[in-house]
Design a protein around this ligand. Structure first.
Ligand code: C5P
Length: 207
């Protein structure tokens, strides 16, 4: 199969030197890309800025902002059979991006106006037809109700629920929920091992 994977954080610029970002390392997405490659799939990895080496054999699309990620994903989604949305896309971006570095004395009110970013996974999954869509939900607290809502609202086949401690960590635990009502607890384990189990669970042993 040809599989599209989003990974890493996005950076939403404020001016040429500053951005809004998050703590995602990209490790889970890159591990999923490696697990897919190991099973013989073709992988398009659309990645925000990370310090990781791209897995050997992926087609890498390096992007910075959520909107760039959506454009790159749209281009490849037409020819892909499955999507793993693992990126920590910023929900909001600054409404205005200054062409030059903002000075300390500017923006005196210190209020940052934000606008919503597109939801990449939901946008692509809503037009998926019979193709497979897998998402993540990072929630503090139990998060089960939220994860199930996202599974349904974003038209996903699977969602993996994890907590904030997963960010930047090499080890994680996941609760993988299927649209068919299935429920799997994975880990704690390193993200490479988790990714292999998760891919096998989502694609079945035939793929
Ligand atoms: O709604 P929430 O951000 O919690 O959803 C998380 C899932 O949606 C993740 O799989 C993430 O990759 C994806 N997502 C996305 N684009 C966004 C926000 C989230 O693809 N703007």
């Amino acid at each position: 199969m040809r599989v599209l994977v989003t990974a890493g954080p996005t950076r939403e610029p404020l001016d040429p030197v500053r951005f809004l970002g998050n703590r995602s390392s990209g490790r889970m997405g890159y591990s999923i890309a490696r697990a897919l490659l190991a099973r013989g799939h073709e992988v398009i990895l659309v990645s925000g800025p990370t310090s990781l080496k791209p897995p050997k054999g992926v087609v890498l699309e390096a992007v910075e902002t959520g909107r760039q990620m959506l454009t790159a994903c749209r281009k490849h989604w037409k020819t892909c059979d499955a999507l793993f949305g693992v990126a920590a896309v910023a929900d909001y971006r600054p409404a205005k991006v200054s062409k030059r570095k903002l000075k300390k004395t500017e923006n005196v009110s210190k209020t940052l106006e934000l606008v919503s970013n597109p939801d990449i996974l939901a946008t692509l999954a809503r037009s998926k037809g019979k193709r497979l869509a897998f998402g993540f939900a990072l929630e503090s607290g139990s998060g089960l109700t939220e994860a199930l809502r996202k599974l349904r609202d974003k038209n996903l086949d699977w969602i993996a629920l994890n907590g904030p401690e997963a960010q930047g960590s090499k080890i994680s635990s996941l609760r993988v929920l299927g649209a068919d009502g299935s429920d799997h607890l994975l880990g704690p384990a390193n993200k490479e091992a988790l990714a292999r189990t998760l891919v096998r669970t989502a694609l079945g042993s035939n793929y």
